[in-house]
Design a binder for this molecule. Sequence first.
Ligand code: ATP
Ligand code: SVQ
Length: 324
Amino acid sequence: EEWKERGAALTVRKELDASGKPVLRTVKKGVQDFSFGRILGEGSYSSVYLATDRQSLKEYAIKVLEKRHIIKEKKVKYVNIEKNTLNRLTEHPGIVRLYYTFQDENSLYYVLDLCSGGELLGILKRTGTFDVECTRFYGAQILDAIRYMHSRGVIHRDLKPENVLLDDNMHVKITDFGTAKLLPDPKDPDSGGGNATMQGDGRSASFVGTAEYVSPELLMDKSASKASDLWAFGCIIYQLLAGRPPFKGGSEYLTFQKIVNLEYEFPPGFPPAARDLVERCLVLEPARRLTIEHIMNHEFFDSQPFGRDLWRTKAPRLRPYVPP
Ligand SMILES: Nc1ncnc2c1ncn2[C@@H]1O[C@H](COP(=O)(O)OP(=O)(O)OP(=O)(O)O)[C@@H](O)[C@H]1O
Ligand SMILES: O=C(O)[C@@H]1CCC(=O)N(CCc2ccc(Cl)cc2)[C@H]1c1ccccc1Cl
């Protein structure tokens, strides 16, 4: 007789032991519970497969990491951060959900929501740009997910269109939390401690995101805060409407220079309300940047529902932005 705790990763099997006494045996999900399909994509340390739960026939994405490679590349911490972060972010439709983890002697396995719509970057490349309605819809979903993340004490630190996946309803699922910073969880004080490492001069040299989206404070004084995710948000809104990120130099160094000097301009015809929003996110001083609440109340998101209704709305048809 077998019953599954609702939503738990455990299957509990009721059996009789040698003396005929009924015992409960917990059986964790493992590789044999899934049939693996095609590769969905590859990362630096991972391969992601389409997989089907043999019992429920539900489809998942399973991210497989090879232990030997993780150890060689000194990414063991990344593995734990991704798992701990995803375990904190289980109640939001805009965050990719981690259902189970398990391992065998060579690999680690993360069973995740299947995002069959691919990456937002891929969609953007196909349409070139997004019109205002699409930018407002995807911007609002990303913002709603950031609001939830920050409320759970998680700073993503590497937000970019590649890390915004889409599910089969073309709704947002943010992924890639291995480089997130976990603030101490108010309910669990000894948690937290992102992957900051100490530098020679005693400052904590924490992780640096992807050049085009990294915030000036991370470049100038190695400190990341929730405001760093909102800098990246401003870059993403600009990129959806302009078809390219605001800061892009011929090299990483030149990109960094443009960021710390706030060197960017808007293409002609860029929508005025979006321009005002971007200008108030791309502020060098983190404390002077718009907060999430201010962004949600900004005229660009006028009459845009946030919260539950936002996730029930049908995704708009993708259209490019055509300057007037
Ligand atoms: N839940 C998912 N559903 C569908 N595709 C996914 C899912 N997660 C990741 N992918 C795809 O698999 C590929 C590898 O993703 P993964 O997160 O393992 O590495 P990455 O973060 O993209 O690369 P890197 O580790 O170098 O940053 C990506 O192209 C991504 O689009
Ligand atoms: O935190 C956990 O849930 C378990 C705890 C037990 C365990 O052994 N692991 C794997 C730890 C680990 C991390 C990196 C490498 Cl290269 C090897 C093992 C952890 C683990 C298992 C599967 C997938 C991810 C992780 Cl972190």
